[in-house]
Design a protein around this ligand. Sequence first.
Ligand code: GMT
Length: 369
Amino acid sequence: MKIGIACFPTYGGSGVVASELALSLSGRGHVVHLFSSAPPFRLTRYTENLVFHEVEDFRTPAFPQTYYTLDLAAHMAAIAKAEGIDLLHAHYAIPHSVSCILARETAKPLPIKVVTTLHGTDITLVGTDPAYAPLVRYAIEASDAVTAVSADLAVQTRQAFATEKEIHVIHNFVDPARFPPCPGNPSGPFTIVHISNFRPLKRTPDVIHVFRRILEGSQGRPVRLVLAGDGPDLAEVRRLVKSFKIQKHVRFLGRQDSIEEILACADLVLLTSASESFGLVALEGMAAGLPVVATDAGGIREVVDSGKTGFLEPVGDIGRLAARALELVLDPKAAVQMGKAGRARAASLFSLEKGLAAYETLYKSVLAN
Ligand code: GMT
């Protein structure tokens, strides 16, 4: 197949999933064109059949602004005409699905199909600005097929947009080979890692409140918090760390591309989000053999098996989140066991092969219709 994929290049799971998919599909002999405004951070390799297209702004003094959605559509239609594309796969309804649909229409009579994957923020966006609802609904209904990264997101989408459109659940996936199990360092501090884009939705101040409780209850066991990522709430997080006088226990790494290495030095992943369509970082932590303590929100429930591969506790419940993390700090053997169970779960339910096969099957059925 000749496949075009459109995604955001930014630090986030959707770009990771799109890049891994592009790499794997091209590795299986499909020709893949990846379109984005910059190289996605996880696109660390290239294969024979993978072409990256950096979509540039069309600028002219006559138009005061840039129009990425149009630039992307024009670029994809041009490549489809020049090189042939059977199917465009949009990661996010807004703006990528709208661009893909526009490219499909303008490239006619070429018979291009559009598959849209919903990653969750499509719904949040509408919550923030209801004016977008008809546009998201249009993108869903005008796509030839729609997928959601969790069953929870599929249900939420059907409710929010009152759509009858079939939504296929294709869970995000991980390549366990990319995350070698942690060697473990019993003599070092118990390391808790949080990785996010520090948006308010991630409730990152809760991470600090939870960690402070862990420190208070750790009975002298050395504990460290590692924070990777950057975003709007980082300043508040830094302020809290200072005001609690816990700087020496907290490391700020800033934006990091090499998540594997950070996870390899950790003992536990902590995720405090108010909502999460999937929570890719939880899955990556599990793949690295780490237990996950997270909020009982949205699609995280499909990833973490609470009690077996980690613990899920109510959003904002600092006390319960801290108590669960402390259980593992004080019983590192239990943490290692949960981590092993997580790695097994990641490999059996969320493997790269499984995700890839699901998308390939969907593409084939869409192209056959
Ligand atoms: O959560 C973010 O702010 C980033 C966003 C993204 O674009 O990657 O994440 C969304 O997509 C990921 C990949 O499918 C999911 O793992 C995240 O749960 C989802 N974020 C939300 O639903 C808030």
